[in-house]
Ligand binder design. Structure first.
Ligand SMILES: Cc1cc2nc3c(=O)[nH]c(=O)nc-3n(C[C@H](O)[C@H](O)[C@H](O)COP(=O)(O)O)c2cc1C
Length: 199
């Protein structure tokens, strides 16, 4: 069984909804399963610490999750056209994993949610790929053979899955957004299994 790490940060539930669909897609692939993890909030007041275990939802990620999983799908809300600080903070702490080549050769993909349609989904997704490339991951996107990419009127991009939450932050995904997030999970899982076969 190959496990794929679905690692996300979400304050209001939109990225979490996408993560659940990505995990659903992974579980549809025989021989693959999803390990869902999140990251704690960060504070400018360094003494303010989160509880070690989140009040609800999946556990906080540990470096061993990266080591043990055969692929990675990373999700963050868009914050001013970029990933949110808690996800970046976690990534910036991965110097040891970089030295050890923990992610080298593993498939990886990204997803995001924005308030507005043209609020920076693509800039967020593309910049989330940069640290993954530094870590030697193999980036997986969404091809236009996924019909939903051609018909969506909200989220879903070739760079990764996405959701447009609107000004009220509605976490309810459209059918296209839901299917494209699952397709992204499936692609990462299928790629991880193919890479393992060829190893
Ligand atoms: C500080 C901050 C910055 C944001 N920046 C953007 C932005 O650049 N573009 C955009 O469309 N939405 C922006 N948003 C809205 C969030 O991306 C959006 O509400 C997203 O769906 C939140 O995901 P979540 O429900 O998983 O927390 C921002 C929200 C916050 C709080």
């Amino acid at each position: 069984m190959k496990e794929i790490l679905v690692l996300y940060y979400s304050r209001r539930g939109s990225v979490r909804a996408l993560a659940e669909e990505v995990a659903r897609g992974i579980h549809e692939v025989p021989g693959a399963s999803a390990r869902v993890r999140t990251v704690p909030r960060v504070s400018t007041v360094c003494e303010a610490l989160e509880d070690e275990v989140p009040a609800d939802g999946p556990p906080y990620v540990e470096v061993t999750d990266l080591e043990e999983c055969a692929g990675l799908v990373l999700g963050s809300p868009t914050r001013f056209g970029n990933m949110a600080a808690p996800m970046k903070y976690f990534i910036d702490g991965l110097a040891g994993a970089w030295v050890n080549g923990t992610l080298v050769g593993k498939p990886a993909a990204v997803f995001t949610s924005t308030g507005s349609l043209h609020g920076g989904q693509e800039s967020t997704l593309l910049t989330m790929m940069m640290p993954l490339l530094h870590h030697g991951a193999l980036i997986v996107g969404l091809p236009y053979t996924e019909d939903d990419l051609n018909t969506t009127r909200s989220g879903g991009t070739p760079y990764g899955a996405s959701h447009v939450a609107g000004a009220d932050g509605d976490p309810c995904l459209s059918d296209e957004e839901r299917r494209l997030a699952a397709a992204l999970g499936r692609r990462v899982a299928q790629t991880a299994l193919k890479l393992a076969e060829g190893a």
